[in-house]
Write a new protein. Structure first.
Length: 161
């Protein structure tokens, strides 16, 4: 059975088992290795991607559910203007150490910024990141990075979110 969907703006077709996990397709077939598998149980957020604009844990999504949909990985997101602002804020705030969790953190940050029209409170950022685990960096740097992304957009007069 052919499964057709879009990944980072490019149409893809696969005939893999419909129960193949989206993360495995992204990493193994498309060689997009920015999406990480941490727990494989949907608990850590390292495998976060957008599925029709909603953040999902790709380790829990069978590719059959992607039929006709748009998937965006960290590779696609970082090519957008918003993604570039978020990534730069992570770098500026020292919110990256080993980097393993960061793709999922960045993807979740986009949702936080989008859902708050680019003006989240610290509490909203902490709540929005609660589904993501980090062992190295420490959450304060990551929270500050999300708040910085909001400030960058405001100071530059950009309406990004």
């Amino acid at each position: 059975m052919a499964i057709n969907f879009t990944v980072n703006g490019k149409k893809v077709t696969t005939e893999l088992n419909p129960l193949t996990r989206l993360i495995d397709f992204i990493r193994d077939e498309l060689k997009l290795t920015g999406t990480k598998e941490g727990c494989g149980e949907g608990e850590c957020g390292a495998c976060a991607v957008f599925l029709d604009g909603k953040v999902v844990n790709s380790c829990l999504v069978p590719i059959a559910l992607c039929e006709g949909k748009e998937v965006m990985t960290i590779e696609g997101y970082t090519e957008t203007e918003r993604g570039k602002v978020v990534v730069q804020s992570f770098l500026d705030e020292g919110a990256v150490q080993c980097g393993f969790c960061i793709p999922g953190m960045v993807m979740s940050s986009e949702v936080i910024l989008r859902d708050t029209n680019g003006k989240p409170t610290e509490e909203e950022v902490r709540k929005g990141l609660s589904g993501n685990l980090c062992r190295c960096t420490g959450y304060d740097h990551i929270v500050n990075a999300v708040l910085r992304a909001s400030d960058i957009a405001s100071k530059e007069g950009k309406k990004l979110w």
